[in-house]
Design a protein around this ligand. Structure first.
Ligand code: FAD
Ligand code: NDP
Length: 601
């Protein structure tokens, strides 16, 4: 009943047609050669639907139980390799032979070190593909003593709490800035007259966002996710250990639990997915600063806050704290959002200033000191001094590899950031692999870690060959005005192709949802598309500064992967009235010198 692919591989055999596969399936007496179905039967759990092989059309009675959903998926992946047919030119991962054989004699086929976004995805996928897998996750408390549950950075101290605080702060801002213009009067009985506020543009200063309440709700939600992750690992038959791992040789780790009890675990293959941790400040008194590992779980409102650093984490935290009504300053060493499109980064800075964030430019803290009030006095490199309730250091992250024993197994790391050096996620020790934030020269983003983990598991246990593609990954900065992009910044496009060989289409606009409010910055939203000057005008980069930026950009990311041209983009009929339609209706070029400010509908 299953279609025969052009080439079918059953390790260690390879079949080029249905007949040779069938003759392998049958033993000398015409019975079913039952090795892999027996393996599957031995597993304890089978999930619906139940799948049998169909009797063959040429008279053989090849009827046997394949298994449930996961077994069928695994069978299809292993035996049919559909990617060969769909994407003939996919990038192939030419990995070193790691010596893996099914009868290796170790405790596990694969041990994953790190139960974050990447590690859990890889562990579950490998298990679905029939591998015997264990996953170790252990959280070392931050220097300020914060700790958390299973799921890694994203769910506990990264994307999830950050985005929830951000959403809350946007709501709060909307209540203050937008709702009056829509005639919404919070706390007034229905039908109350608002004649004396006819303009409806008076922000309501009395609305409050209570730190303790939002923090508690977010932390409860995270605890629920921690529990779900454990359940999902169990469902996929991945053995979970809440233990800290360290290599003792290339097939063995020492695993230590909370009470210091140690045991040895062996595996044919290891996957290192330990992520990273925040870098501390290097000045005197650095211990008085907290990091993103602490801020989301703070029992008390952070109060007047200094955010040190000017990239994703610092600006996102500064944005949501200011949106909650707190007094926030950002200490910028050089520029905002290094590596991003300059024009877009500056628009974010301008918007944040309007949003109430203060920027202290060209400074770094030189000394932090606790004072009697419990606050922190900060001496800056320009000689100024200021006092804050909280200092949040967001000056980059280091891979969490220093106590992993990597040197003892020949896994090399980049001394600048301790990230593991590898090719196709394989380290210099062929049976040890790495994915996610710990792998050097890859974007530190959750979906990247997950995708790399899935692809690797399919290559190791599913017969796939497809390499992870780290190009044209979309990203969003969740600042008060959000910013999303895919592809090259204008600066990178100029550097790569030359100023005369690129064109930039752009537009400033007011998102419709902000158009009634007088409290919103004028034309703060912006989009630009960078193309080359080849006849087909290939799109090199898409940038969008405005509401719901991540939602807007995701689909354009798919188009970029297919090779997007300006004509395809502008041939696309927009959805009206949306902010995303601004991208498909771009017509003003930078070189024309025309005003990029959009008119109305
Ligand atoms: P992690 O998720 O860090 O998981 C590693 C796990 O391994 C951790 O649980 C760690 O405790 C454990 N571990 C470490 N050493 C050992 C050991 N020796 N033994 C056992 N376990 C060990 N990305 C986005 O895409 N979108 C966002 O909006 C976004 N926001 C972010 C906001 C913040 C504040 C931060 C800090 C990051 C954000 N990121 C975001 C980045 C994203 O969180 C990471 O890219 C992602 O979590 C990396 O996943 P990972 O699997 O590589 O590692
Ligand atoms: P980054 O490495 O991106 O940026 C570090 C920032 O700190 C830069 O502005 C840098 O300035 C500054 N800095 C570095 N050292 C010092 C110092 N000693 N004193 C003052 N400033 C300093 O780190 P982040 O911590 O912001 O983010 C880490 C990664 O996490 C990101 O690269 C991203 O991949 C991921 N992330 C993703 C998010 C998302 O997808 N929305 C959100 C949050 C994080 P300079 O430019 O001068 O070097």
């Amino acid at each position: 009943a299953l279609l025969f692919p052009t080439r079918l591989k059953v390790v260690p055999h390879e079949f080029s047609d249905r007949a040779s596969f069938r003759s392998w399936l049958l033993d000398d007496d015409g019975g079913f050669r039952n090795t892999f179905t027996r393996d599957i039967r031995a597993r304890e759990q089978v999930t619906a639907p139940f799948v049998w092989f169909a009797p063959s059309d040429d008279g053989h009675d090849v009827e046997d139980f394949l298994g449930g959903h996961d077994d069928t998926l695994a069978w299809c992946r292993e035996f049919m390799s559909p990617r060969d047919e769909i994407k003939p030119n996919y990038p192939v991962a030419d990995m070193m032979d790691d010596g893996y054989t099914k009868d290796h004699g170790y405790d596990y086929d694969l041990v994953v070190i790190g139960g974050g976004s990447g590690g859990m995805a890889a562990a579950k996928e490998a298990a679905v593909l029939g591998a015997k897998v264990a996953c170790l996750d252990f959280v070392k408390p931050s220097p300020a003593g914060t700790t958390w549950g299973l799921g890694g950075t994203c769910v506990n101290v990264g994307c999830i709490p950050k985005k929830l605080f951000h959403i809350g702060s946007l709501l709060h801002e909307s209540v203050r800035k937008d709702t009056p213009s829509f005639g919404i009067r919070l706390g007034e009985p229905n039908g109350a007259s608002a004649t004396d506020e006819l303009s409806g543009i008076v922000p309501d200063p009395s609305t409050q966002m209570r730190w303790e309440l939002v923090r508690e709700n977010i932390q409860n939600y995270i605890r629920g996710l921690n529990f779900k992750y454990r359940v999902r690992l169990r469902e996929k038959e991945v053995t979970y250990f809440n233990k800290l791992a360290k290599f003792t040789d290339k097939h063995t780790i020492e695993a230590v639990d909370k009470k210091g009890r140690s045991s040895l675990i062996t595996a044919a293959r290891f996957l290192v997915a330990v992520g990273g941790r925040p870098s501390p400040l290097s000045c005197e008194g650095a211990e008085h600063a907290i990091s993103s590992d602490d801020v989301f779980a703070m029992e008390k409102c952070p109060g007047k806050t200094l955010c040190v650093g000017a990239s994703y984490i610092s600006l996102e935290c500064a944005g949501f704290l200011a949106g909650m009504g707190l007094d926030v300053t950002v200490a910028v060493r050089s520029i905002l959002l290094r590596g991003f499109d300059r024009e877009c980064a500056d628009k974010i800075g301008d918007y944040m200033v309007d949003h109430g964030v203060r920027f202290k430019r060209d400074v770094i803290p030189s000394k932090l000191e606790k004072i009697e009030t419990g606050q922190t006095k900060v001496l800056f490199s320009d000689g100024t001094e200021e006092v804050y309730d909280t200092v949040l250091a967001a000056v980059g992250r280091m891979a969490d590899t220093d106590k992993l024993g990597l040197e003892s197994v020949g896994v090399e790391t980049n001394p600048k950031n301790r990230r593991i050096i590898g090719k196709f996620e394989q380290t210099h020790c062929p049976n040890i692999y790495a994915i996610g934030d710990v792998l050097d020269k890859t974007p530190e983003l959750t979906p990247v870690a997950i995708q790399a983990g899935l692809y690797l598991a399919r290559r190791l246990f599913g017969g796939d060959k497809e390499a992870m593609d780290y190009q044209n990954v979309c990203t969003t900065v969740f600042t008060p005005i959000e910013y999303a992009c895919v592809g090259l910044s204008e600066e990178d496009a100029v550097a790569k192709y030359g100023q005369n060989n690129i064109e930039v289409y752009h537009r400033e606009f007011v998102p419709l949802e902000w158009s009634l409010s007088m409290s919103r910055s004028h034309n703060a939203a912006y989009t630009k598309v960078i193309v080359d000057k080849s006849p087909q005008e290939n799109v090199l980069g898409i940038h969008y500064v405005g509401p719901n930026a991540g939602e807007v950009m995701q689909g354009y990311g798919t188009s970029m992967k297919q090779g997007l041209t300006l004509k395809t983009l502008t041939d696309t009929v927009g959805i009206h009235p949306t902010s995303s339609e601004e991208i498909v209706t771009l017509s003003i070029t930078k070189s024309s010198g025309e005003d990029a400010a959009a008119g109305g509908c």
